[in-house]
Every structure is written in C-alpha cells, then in structure tokens.
Design a protein around this ligand. Structure first.
Ligand code: RP5
Length: 168
C-alpha cells in the first residue's frame, strides 16, 4: 500500500462540490510552502473514515486540521470531537439550501469546551483558513513566521499602492 502523504496541515471537505471554493485555501497554503493533505471526508456520509482520520491525525504529523462543509455542517465539529489538534472550520455555501448561514451556524455554535475556530463563509474563509493555519504553525517555526510577516507586509504594500493610485 502507498505511504499516506504527510503534512502539518490537512484540508478536509465534506464533498467534492466544496473543492472549487477550497482551492483558495489549498492555493494559499502552497504559496506559503505548505503542501497540505487534501481529503473528501464527510461527518454524515463517511463518518467512520472521518473519525478515523481525526483520531490518527496527530500521530501522522498533522498539526492543524482545516474542515470545510456546507448545509448541516458537522465535519469540523466531528474533527474536534476526535482530535486535540486545533480545528479551523470553513462554512460552505452549498448548491442547495440558504446562503451558507446554515453552515456558519452549524460550524461556529460548538458547545463550551469543544471549540472550532470558524472562518467566514466561502472563498474568503477558505483563504483565511490557510492564513490562520500559518499563524498557528508560525508560533513554533521561525521560517514560517518570516513567511507570515512577508505575506502581511506585501498585503499592506498592495493596499497602500491602491490608495496612492486614487491620487487624492
Ligand atoms: C455537505 O453537504 C458538503 O460539505 C457540501 O457542502 C454539502 C452538499 O454536498 P453535495 O450534495 O454537493 O455532495 O456535507
């Protein structure tokens, strides 16, 4: 059997229909030099595989789990239930159902003692999940801390340039 991919970051999503949105997260992580594990695992459709992933994640070298799901979004919560790793939840706007608020509330409203760090709905949240994962990893990795400060400096410079271009 092929050896499973190793990475400090796992990007999980409930369905392949979430992938186009989560590409923003995967792309941003790769720009940071982090090639994440990417899996489709569902709290509802593949509960045993999802729980198994969470239970073994830390032992397999994962340090942060990013979990995206839409509708009654329970993937991030299920990961938190089965792992002590920090879990970042990204609510998806599914094809069916309301504008992603369903998933936002399902992801963010965790019971006391069992947190999921919840991002914004959709692509903005997907990108922020990558940045937030980097922030967590940068606490104990000087190289990643430099990547984080370069990213923030470039972002600031870009915004200042746009302001200057307005010329007023
Ligand atoms: C969730 O249900 C998935 O995360 C997805 O956002 C939503 C709809 O899934 P599909 O019916 O598109 O596979 O579990």
């Amino acid at each position: 059997m092929a050896k499973a991919k190793q990475s400090p970051v796992a990007v999980l999503m409930g369905s392949d229909s979430d992938l186009s949105t989560m590409e923003s997260c995967i792309k941003q992580l790769k720009e940071f030099g982090i090639d994440p594990i990417v899996r489709i695992l569902s709290a509802h459709r593949t509960p045993a595989a999802a729980c198994d992933f969470a239970a073994n994640a830390a032992g397999n070298g994962v340090k942060v789990i990013i979990a995206a799901a839409g509708m009654a979004a329970h993937l991030a919560g299920a990961m938190a239930a089965h792992s002590q790793l920090p879990v970042i939840g990204v609510p998806m706007q599914a094809k069916e159902g309301p504008c992603g608020l369903d998933a936002l509330l399902s992801t963010v409203q965790m019971p006391p003692g069992m947190p999921v760090g919840t991002m914004a709905i959709g692509k903005a949240g997907a990108k922020n999940a990558a940045v937030f994962a980097l922030q967590i990893l940068a606490l104990s990795d000087a190289g990643l801390a430099r990547i984080l400060s370069d990213f923030r400096a470039a972002q600031t410079e870009k915004a200042l340039k746009k302001d200057a271009e307005l010329g007023s």
